[in-house]
Design a protein around this ligand. Structure first.
Ligand code: TA6
Length: 296
């Protein structure tokens, strides 16, 4: 399963019996590909993505830990996505392995350097699995292993970049009428209107206390991405649009048309763990055919 990816970086390739596949770079514990059984790529990775530490890979599913965004003292989105992870040889058992044969367990522990910027001991275990119908299953487990008895708090997101055919023909269902923090308006709190979310300009919103299930409907592809999450109450919706797209060196000027980030997250209320305690954050992605027409 372990092979060389871009720039010789190590990556794990998962293949499921019916043909779906996934790729995870040890750099960042970063999922960069999830293909359905017809070999169609479900995730967006920029054609200008820089596969070179310390820059995070632009696309796929960056792991934001121990801090989401700039809501704290660390660099944007923390450092887990900028570190080399290891294969976890003896992971504590997880139920998903009973349904899926295609999975990999990775682990990240703090280095001396990391301890200087975030003075805590932890074990961050990530399992990436392909379900029997080609679903992509991610399970993150963070355990506080502080010997000094100190608790720690963190915020988290699976910063998922979905591949869409045309952002102007995409809508999200499941976030109607919810409160959100608008990153484009000083993180102020607003309430979403009552119908599905559509896109015609830059958006950067943290929806709060969101449902377990969120749907992203792609009109042209007649496909719906279904996000199911557990332990992750919030959902971040981001599209940079044209101006911000041009400002990112690792993002094509018109690539905002072909991607949408909907990120299962825990941001509003940081997660606090006492020594010995473990948090689990699960994300299940599936892609189902959909007849996207208004009102459905
Ligand atoms: O998820 C939304 C966001 O916080 C945006 O504000 C934007 O900064 C995006 O993440 C990308 O951040 P990155 O550090 O990966 O360039």
């Amino acid at each position: 399963q372990l092979c060389k990816g871009v720039n010789g970086l190590d990556k794990v390739v998962l293949k499921e019996a019916k043909g779906s596949s996934a790729e995870i770079y040890l750099y960042g514990g970063h999922v960069t590909s999830w293909k359905n059984e017809n070999g169609e790529e479900m995730l967006f990775v920029s054609s200008k993505a820089i596969f070179k530490p310390p820059k995070a890979i632009r696309g796929g599913i960056p792991l934001c830990f121990p801090q989401f965004g700039s809501h704290g003292s660390l660099e944007q989105h923390g450092f887990a996505r900028n570190r080399i992870w290891s294969i976890d040889k003896d992971p504590p058992p997880l139920p998903t392995s009973s349904t899926s044969k295609a999975y990999v367990d990775l682990i990240l522990k703090p280095s001396e350097e990391d301890a200087k910027i975030w003075p805590h001991s932890y074990e961050f275990r990530l399992r990436v699995a392909l379900g029997p119908t080609g679903d992509l299953l991610l399970t993150s487990r963070v355990r506080n292993t502080n010997a000094d008895g100190k608790p720690f708090s963190f915020t988290f997101a699976y910063h998922t970049y979905f591949s869409v055919s045309d952002i102007s023909e995409v809508r999200i269902e499941g976030l109607e009428t919810l409160d959100y923090l608008d990153n484009l308006q000083n993180k102020e709190r607003f309430t979403e209107q009552g119908d599905a979310i559509t896109f015609e300009s830059e958006i950067d919103k943290i929806y709060l206390s969101t449902p377990t299930k969120i749907a992203i409907l792609d009109h042209e592809k007649k496909r719906t991405f279904v996000i199911r999450k557990d332990g992750l109450p919030d959902a971040v919706v981001w599209n940079p649009w044209d101006r911000k797209a041009k400002a990112m060196v690792d993002f094509g000027d018109d690539e905002y048309k072909y991607m949408l980030c909907v990120e299962a997250a825990a941001v509003e209320k940081p997660i606090t763990l006492r020594p010995g305690e473990e948090w689990k954050g699960r994300l299940e992605l599936s892609a189902v055919p959909s007849s996207y027409c208004s009102g459905q």
